[in-house]
Design a binder for this molecule. Structure first.
Ligand code: NDP
Length: 444
């Protein structure tokens, strides 16, 4: 059995009941075969793949808090510090009832390569809790965030581990967590990113993941002789990533006709109204059923269905495993030419394979959604030099980073004989830098 297969088997045996983590490891390691085969003797001796698939540490803790009725509630908190070979751990905090250790590990593992691809000095980590901010009062969210940070605060720091937002963790949650960290440590430092603009946040961070997704998609299309302007786009999700993906796609001349949430989806033949979307989701924190009140021409459907709509470009921006094989088949049948992942691992392995076999350009999340973490790293730089850059400066840097990421993965894919396979390219380009750093740092 080859080294890659041995390590995949070992990961599955040693991490039972963590299918998302197995899926992520499989996807990455299988596409690294060309590099691993070229360096097998050294990698085996140094146990490089065993080390890179085992987190530096996994922290799991109790998060007790008091709800508005005076009842004590208990959630589970996590932080997985996966790999700091090229910089302090960096990765978001997910607050969602589906969160478990396997999900956090899959996200942390992906984050290592994503962060490396940005070319900025950040390692990989991820955290979160099974707490559900939906339907909670601001006071309850604050009580949870303070309790969560009371424990997490022992393990993080501006040069150690710098968490950020993710599903369920937006500006409100980051604010409460930052306040508690400051209070406990007696220190104002850039320990979290995605902070508010009045206390160390970066202009452009809110938009970064969605905008970055479009900068990379645009470059990918351009390099394949296709224009984004005039194309029809389907977006899933209606959170941070989705909203700003819709905004930038429309600024670049495309028409976005769908958005979704966990209960249903909207089809707007005239193009999604971003101002209405922001008001519903960011201001009212309401459901998408309200969208029809703003746009009577639109349709609301319960359940899944975004990928059944005819489009040129599909941008999954909600959550993992939301684009299945049957969806990929519908996209191909409807003439879709490109899929770029705004969410982390939204496309299943079978769906990805089907899309690639059918010549759909496919940009994996670790490259396509790296704009968020890249801008977080820019926030860290601004915090370190105690300066704030203008929106234009941050946005220009983001564009440069995303264009550069695309060319790095395009080049890596070519170098190893997989031209046009951006999954292989992204994994190899991200891995090579981390592997070189790990080998240089000895057995640790
Ligand atoms: P938000 O919480 O802002 O939005 C998430 C969206 O996805 C909501 O519309 C939500 O619907 C929907 N969703 C969540 N879970 C499910 C589910 N199980 N089934 C169907 N829909 C679901 O999160 P973000 O926009 O920040 O994150 C979206 C994705 O992008 C995640 O995979 C995240 O890891 C990834 N990402 C985020 C970055 C960032 O900077 N924010 C950076 C890089 C990646 P509802 O409102 O009904 O829950």
């Amino acid at each position: 059995m080859g080294y890659v297969d041995e390590v995949i088997e070992r990961v599955i045996a040693k991490n039972p009941g963590e299918p998302e983590f197995h899926q992520a490891v499989k996807e990455v390691l299988e596409s690294l075969r060309p590099v691993v085969e070229a360096n097998e003797e050294v990698y085996r001796r140094e146990a490089l793949l065993e080390r890179i698939t085992e987190p530096d540490r996994q922290i799991k803790f109790r998060v007790p808090w008091v709800d508005d009725k005076g009842q004590v509630q208990v959630n589970v908190g996590y932080r997985v510090q996966f790999n700091n070979a090229i910089g302090p751990y960096k990765g978001g905090l997910r607050l969602h009832p589906s969160v478990n250790i396997g999900i956090i590990k899959f996200l942390g593992f992906e984050q290592i390569f994503k962060n490396s691809l940005t070319s900025l000095p950040i390692g990989g980590g991820k955290g979160g809790s099974d707490f559900d901010p939906k339907g909670k009062s601001d006071r309850e969210v604050m009580a949870f965030c303070q309790s969560y940070m009371t424990e997490l605060g022992k393990y993080i720091g501006a040069d150690v581990d710098v968490p950020a937002g993710d599903i369920g963790t937006g500006a409100r949650e980051i604010g409460y967590m930052f306040g508690q960290y400051k209070r406990i440590q007696g220190m104002f430092e850039g320990v979290l990113t995605g902070k508010g603009l009045t206390y160390g946040g970066s202009l452009g961070r809110t938009q970064a993941t969605g905008y970055g997704l479009l900068y990379l998609t645009n470059e990918m299309l351009k390099c394949n002789g296709i224009e984004l302007a005039g194309k029809t786009v389907c977006v899933s999700g209606s959170g941070n990533v989705a909203t700003y993906a819709v905004e930038k796609a429309q600024q670049l001349g495309a028409k976005v006709v769908t958005v979704s949430d966990s209960t249903g989806w909207v089809y707007d033949p005239d193009g999604i109204d971003v101002a209405a979307l922001k008001e519903i989701k960011e201001v009212k924190r309401a459901r998408l059923t309200e969208y029809k009140n703003y746009r009577p021409n639109s349709e609301y459907h319960e359940g899944r269905g975004v990928w059944s709509v005819k489009c040129d470009v599909a941008l999954p921006c909600a959550t993992q495993n939301e684009l299945l094989l049957e969806d990929a088949k519908m996209l191909v049948a409807n003439g879709c030419i490109a899929v770029a992942e705004g969410a982390n691992m939204p496309t299943t392995l079978e769906a990805t394979k089907y899309l690639q076999e059918n010549k759909v350009l496919f940009a994996p999340g670790k490259a396509a959604n790296a704009g968020g973490v890249a801008t977080s790293a820019l926030e860290m730089s601004q915090n370190s030099e105690r300066l704030s850059w203008s929106f234009e400066e941050v946005d220009a840097k983001l564009q440069g980073i995303m264009v550069n990421i695309f060319h790095n993965l395009d080049d890596a894919a070519r170098k190893y004989g997989h031209e046009g396979d951006y999954v292989v390219g992204a994994n190899i380009a991200g891995f090579e830098k981390v592997a070189t750093a790990m080998l240089a740092q000895g057995v640790c």
